[in-house]
Design a protein around this ligand. Structure first.
Ligand SMILES: NC(=O)c1ccc[n+]([C@@H]2O[C@H](COP(=O)([O-])OP(=O)(O)OC[C@H]3O[C@@H](n4cnc5c(N)ncnc54)[C@H](OP(=O)(O)O)[C@@H]3O)[C@@H](O)[C@H]2O)c1
Length: 295
């Protein structure tokens, strides 16, 4: 690569989970922001996911803006080699990383005794191991950047231990814990770490999560009973994520009206565990989700 090339990107961003929802919106808003900037800063953007057709379509759109040099990398983060492959592809292309956005993830709203061990293993790999490993692999490069950023898309579920999402919540709680610890560890550096804790957001997340549940499964009716007002939009979450590239935040909560009551309840349930057990179990029983002793 010619170092004199003035067309080189000024910022290199690695994004997982770019094929839909929050990740796709983040990529599009990042490009729109650069287009709107009179200096037209160039961005090198690595987008990843499993769906090659969607990735290529997004890359074409972004490349057409003239401000984004987009590299699409198809990979499955359930593969333990995928994090190293993604970082290698980025470094082979640009030799630098300024921003890492760990957004890919999925939920499995199943009663735990009905979840296959292989599904649990894949979920832990995608929702927790991969983002932590990606952070480790990117960090030496982020620490050379004048404004390194790590954005971890966790979940508001990390505030309350929630049945049927137990393994998913464990991964997201682990990711939030890790990210807070890392931010404190890196406080003397230029790397900022942001934890994004969305409440329910209208993306493909819930339809994907419910894939595999029968029409009359109680887990499905429980999720379908959530009131519309608690849902936010992926555009809103992504806008806050793009905003924190310039002004880093510790936490992003969308929507606040859904996430803050959960936070307050979570603190109460930590102090009074019997209250949490009673309230959450009742909530689930009322929705008809009632596991019984086996045998
Ligand atoms: N929507 C919500 O209610 C909600 C709430 C709290 C937190 N979140 C979190 O927000 C993040 C983004 O989700 P979203 O709401 O935007 O849902 P989404 O539309 O389903 O997007 C999920 C993204 O993750 C990617 N992904 C899933 N499994 C993957 C795998 N094994 N390997 C590589 N990529 C994978 C998907 O790409 P491919 O299918 O192409 O692989 C997709 O691009 C997730 O981490 C999710 O846990 C969502």
């Amino acid at each position: 690569m010619n170092k004199q090339d003035t067309n080189l990107p000024t910022t290199i961003v690695v994004l997982t989970g770019a094929t839909s929802g929050i990740g796709e919106s983040f990529a599009r808003q990042l490009a729109a922001r650069a287009v709107a900037n009179p200096r037209k800063p160039r961005i090198g953007l690595v987008i990843s996911g499993r769906n090659t057709a969607r990735l290529n379509a997004l890359a074409d759109d972004l490349n057409r803006t003239g401000v984004v040099d987009c590299l699409a990398v198809t990979l499955d983060l359930a593969d333990p080699n995928a994090p190293a492959e993604l970082i290698k592809a980025t470094l082979d292309r640009w030799g630098r990383i300024d921003v890492l956005v760990n957004n890919a993830g999925y939920g499995l709203p199943h009663l735990f005794h009905k979840t296959e061990p292989s599904e649990i293993q894949a979920q832990i790999q995608v929702d927790m191991t991969a983002p932590i490993l990606l952070t480790r692999l990117a960090l030496p490069h982020l620490m050379k950047s004048p404004a390194g950023r790590v954005i971890q898309v966790s979940s508001a579920i990390s505030t309350i231990a929630y049945p049927i999402f137990g393994a998913y919540g464990a991964c997201k709680s682990g990711l939030s814990y890790f990210s807070d610890a890392l931010r404190r560890e890196l406080s003397g550096t230029t790397v900022a770490v942001t934890v994004v804790e969305p409440g329910p957001i209208r993306t493909e997340f819930l339809s994907r999560a419910m894939h595999g549940l029968e029409k009359n499964d109680s887990e499905r009716s429980f999720i379908e009973s959530w009131p519309p007002w608690i849902f936010g939009t992926p555009e809103r979450v992504a806008a806050e994520m793009v905003g924190c590239l310039d002004r880093p935040k510790r936490r992003i909560s969308v929507t606040r009206r859904a996430v803050w009551p959960l936070r307050v309840a979570g603190i109460l349930f930590q102090i009074f565990p019997p209250l949490g057990d009673w309230f959450v179990s009742k909530n689930l029983r009322d929705a008809g989700v009632t596991p019984r002793n086996q045998g």
